[in-house]
Design a protein around this ligand. Structure first.
Ligand SMILES: Cc1cc2nc3c(=O)[nH]c(=O)nc-3n(C[C@H](O)[C@H](O)[C@H](O)COP(=O)(O)OP(=O)(O)OC[C@H]3O[C@@H](n4cnc5c(N)ncnc54)[C@H](O)[C@@H]3O)c2cc1C
Length: 374
């Protein structure tokens, strides 16, 4: 397999394409808008496998943890190929409770994490405020997860585009892929609005739009839908120096190294609508203000909206599908930035060796067919 076409130039398509280039493939990424400006751009960039996941998601937690552990190597290679420094901040995250109900919920999470041997520390309200003095006096308890980190997702996306070009790849922007061309159960190329592009393989990494690519047999279309996320960037000032990522009930607040404070994020089933709305922004600001009252005076820089690709079970779909040369890398939902290294390394490895990745075995499209047979 020589030429691979990547459908969609988001963080998943770009990173997988770049890793395939490193393995000697000819790669063309076809993006209907500007590459790197979709959900990954709107994202908060949190790398928080331990703060993010719940009780039933052990397999997904393992995948997230593996990806988290791959981040240093991934960023080192990316900096080498792009010449761009990508900031990673490893200052940990605090999950805070503001009343008794919140604390009960945090206690359950704390006990669960201890049971499965995830690092976690319980803090009283005043211990949490010592760590993060801007927290509200109402903060009555917290969980401290020292390992959590964040990446500058926008720097990473810019670096990926440059690395791809430096490695001899092609990024074709403002070109929508209409359909894949399959002959005798094998990929031959794709039809775009500007003509046919021939290739021996195609990866569908079109995020929330992955189900809309024509030519894929109906039963193999990935069950992915858009889950809208609105997020606010505020401007940090002299009196407001947030040190760590903070997760309060229904909101997270995090400092970015470029002087922004991120307040996120809504989670809405609104189809492909990408309009910011007063109600969701009001809710985010109110919840943020309850956890950290001093955000009140901070200037608003921007409101961004992204569509998370959510699969039916909210877990990613990464791998082949029985059609020679057709692969999926989609459905990364809330964890796409965190899952970028494991997706790019494992899928490019599978394509280059022809051996199915053990790491990805629970994240195949085929799990949905099994579900239907029951
Ligand atoms: C508000 C918000 C906050 C988030 N915070 C975090 C976080 O802190 N940590 C984390 O790990 N994850 C986070 N996420 C999730 C993460 O951003 C996504 O999982 C990830 O960006 C998905 O990447 P993707 O490449 O699959 O999709 P996208 O980034 O959406 O890229 C898909 C690309 O495909 C293109 N495309 C679609 N159809 C076609 C077509 N027919 N032809 C050509 N191109 C096409 C689109 O234009 C788009 O550029 C957040 C998401 C949101 C919205």
């Amino acid at each position: 397999m020589d030429k691979i076409i990547i459908i969609g130039g988001g963080v998943i398509g770009l990173s997988t394409g770049w890793q395939l280039l490193r393995k000697g493939f000819d790669v063309e990424i076809i993006e209907r808008g500007e590459a790197g400006k979709s959900a990954g751009w709107a994202s908060a960039g949190m790398l928080a496998p331990e703060a993010e996941l719940g009780f039933e998601e052990i397999e997904l937690f393992r995948l997230c943890k593996k990806s988290f552990d791959l981040y240093p190597e991934f960023i080192e290679e990316l900096e080498e190929d792009s010449g761009i420094h990508v900031h990673i901040d490893k200052s940990g995250s605090l999950m805070v409770g503001l009343d008794r109900d919140d604390n009960e919920r945090l206690r359950r999470i704390y006990v669960f994490r201890e049971e499965v041997k995830m690092p976690v520390t319980w803090l009283t309200g005043s211990e949490a405020r010592e760590l993060e003095p801007l927290l509200s006096p109402k903060c009555s308890g917290a969980i401290w997860i020292a390992e959590d980190a964040q990446v500058d997702n926008r720097e990473m996306l810019n670096a990926l585009k440059i690395a791809i070009i430096n490695k001899g790849g092609k990024i074709t922007e403002y070109t929508k892929v209409d359909s894949v061309i399959i002959e005798n159960n094998k990929i031959k190329g794709v039809n775009t609005e500007k003509g046919i592009v021939y290739g021996d393989g195609a990866i569908v990494s079109a995020g929330a739009w992955s189900k809309q690519i024509n030519g894929i047999p109906e039963e193999l279309k990935p069950p992915v839908r858009p889950v809208k996320g609105q997020i606010i960037s505020l401007k940090m000032d002299e009196n407001y120096k947030l040190q760590h990522m903070v997760r309060a009930p229904d909101v997270y607040i995090l400092p970015k190294h470029d002087g922004r404070i991120i307040l996120g994020a809504s989670s809405e089933e609104m189809g492909f609508d990408i309009n910011p709305t007063a109600g969701e922004i009001y809710k985010l600001l109110e919840r943020g203000w309850e956890a950290m009252p001093s955000i009140y005076d901070l200037p608003i820089i921007s409101i961004d909206v992204g569509l998370r690709p959510g699969s039916r079970d909210h877990e990613p779909i990464i791998g082949g599908c029985g059609i020679d040369g057709l692969f999926f890398a989609t459905g990364h939902f809330r964890h796409g930035i965190l899952l970028t290294p494991v997706t790019a390394y494992e899928l490019s490895g599978q394509i280059s060796t022809g051996i199915e990745s053990k790491t990805l075995e629970n994240f195949q499209l085929s799990r949905f067919f099994k579900e239907q047979k029951i």
